[in-house]
Design a protein around this ligand. Structure first.
Ligand code: ASN
Ligand code: ZN
Ligand code: CA
Length: 331
């Protein structure tokens, strides 16, 4: 059996980070023996296959700059490890499929590719380098988002269109954000913004906002009967807003130096129950009650059932779930 090693990464977004590595024939490889042997590969501009498994003589990886090929690998490998640990420690889940088996990560996909994605076909995550002012798409929240598409696929199986597609996307934003807070990393502190590190717009604004999703110009803050016609990355706003309100409550609040001001559809005041209870309720709903065709009405009943299972029907948690859904017009 191979030794489980911890190398050192100089990441682009998270500073100096520990990396799970394994000694090979010459030096080390990015193979995380403590987490299902999760491996990170260099596609080197390719778009198929696995490219080359990252290897290194001294087990010190990257230099914090995207010009060093190992830097994106350090971020992606770290993000996958954090997400694995979040699933295990916070959700009691052993990997994406619950069987202890790891996915793998591929970085440097294509040429100036401004996206990242999960694939059920390869059971893997893939990251582009970005283009122009945008940066490699390897931040913690993006890694947690993509890996969680795998988790959703292996559990509720939320169909990637209409309201179920919005719930699928929101599940990835909810868990990706929760992983970012869980990481407690001084260089990438937790927030309710998605992709604030990757500068995808080239002007410093994040991809999405959970406190008030419409701040991106396209996402829905509240349910309406046409919300399912939006792109899944915009119909997700209703559930992202629900999750923010359930965690933190309505109105103005500053967390880790970021200011939020979350509105409610009906002018009601929502009191939050904290992130940990909120993500446990969401995960229980996802894995026990949601199905491939669950929409917003079904997500409401699923989370109320989950809150009942976890905290009781007479608990403050159940009432908070009920109020947070009403505050995004899901009744
Ligand atoms: N980054 C996108 C996502 O995870 C990729 C896609 O649209 N499939 O949703
Ligand atoms: Zn997604
Ligand atoms: Ca974030």
């Amino acid at each position: 059996h191979e030794a489980i090693e911890t190398g050192t990464g100089t990441s682009q977004y998270s500073g100096t980070v520990p990396l799970g590595t394994t000694p090979g024939t010459s030096g080390y490889t990015l193979t995380d023996g403590a987490r299902g042997s999760h491996r990170t590969y260099d596609l080197n501009g390719g778009t198929t296959g696995t490219g080359t498994l990252f290897s290194d003589a001294d087990d010190v990886w990257g230099n914090g700059l995207p010009s060093n090929r190992q830097t994106a690998a350090a971020d992606a490998h770290y993000g996958a490890a954090l997400t694995w640990d979040f699933y295990k420690n916070e959700l009691g889940r052993n990997g994406i499929a619950g069987d202890g088996k790891a996915a793998y990560s591929r970085v440097h996909y294509g040429n100036a590719y401004v996206n990242a994605f999960w694939s059920d076909q390869c059971f893997c995550m893939t990251y582009g380098d970005g283009a122009g002012n945008s940066r490699p798409l390897t931040s913690i929240d993006v890694a947690g988002h993509e890996m969680t598409h795998g988790l959703t696929s292996r559990t509720a199986g939320l169909r990637y269109s209409g309201e179920s597609g919005g719930l699928n996307e929101a599940t990835s934003d909810i868990i990706g954000t929760s992983v970012e807070f869980f990481a407690n990393n001084a260089n990438d502190t937790g927030d309710y913004l998605i992709g604030e590190k990757i500068d995808i717009h080239g002007n410093g604004t994040p991809l999405r906002y959970m406190d008030k999703p419409s701040k991106d110009g396209s996402s829905a803050d509240n349910w309406s009967k046409t919300v399912g016609r939006l792109d899944v990355h915009h119909s997700s706003g209703v559930a992202n807003h629900f999750f923010y309100l359930l965690s933190e409550g309505s109105g103005a609040k500053t967390i880790n130096g970021v200011s939020y001001n979350s509105p409610t559809y009906d002018g009601s005041t929502v009191t939050g129950i904290g992130r940990a209870k909120a993500y446990r309720i969401w995960y229980k709903a996802l894995t026990s009650y949601m199905t491939s065709t669950t929409g917003y009405a079904g997500a409401r009943t699923a989370t109320l059932q989950a809150a009942t299972d976890l905290y009781g029907a007479a608990g403050a948690e159940y009432q908070a779930v009920n109020r947070a859904w009403a505050a995004v017009n899901v009744k």
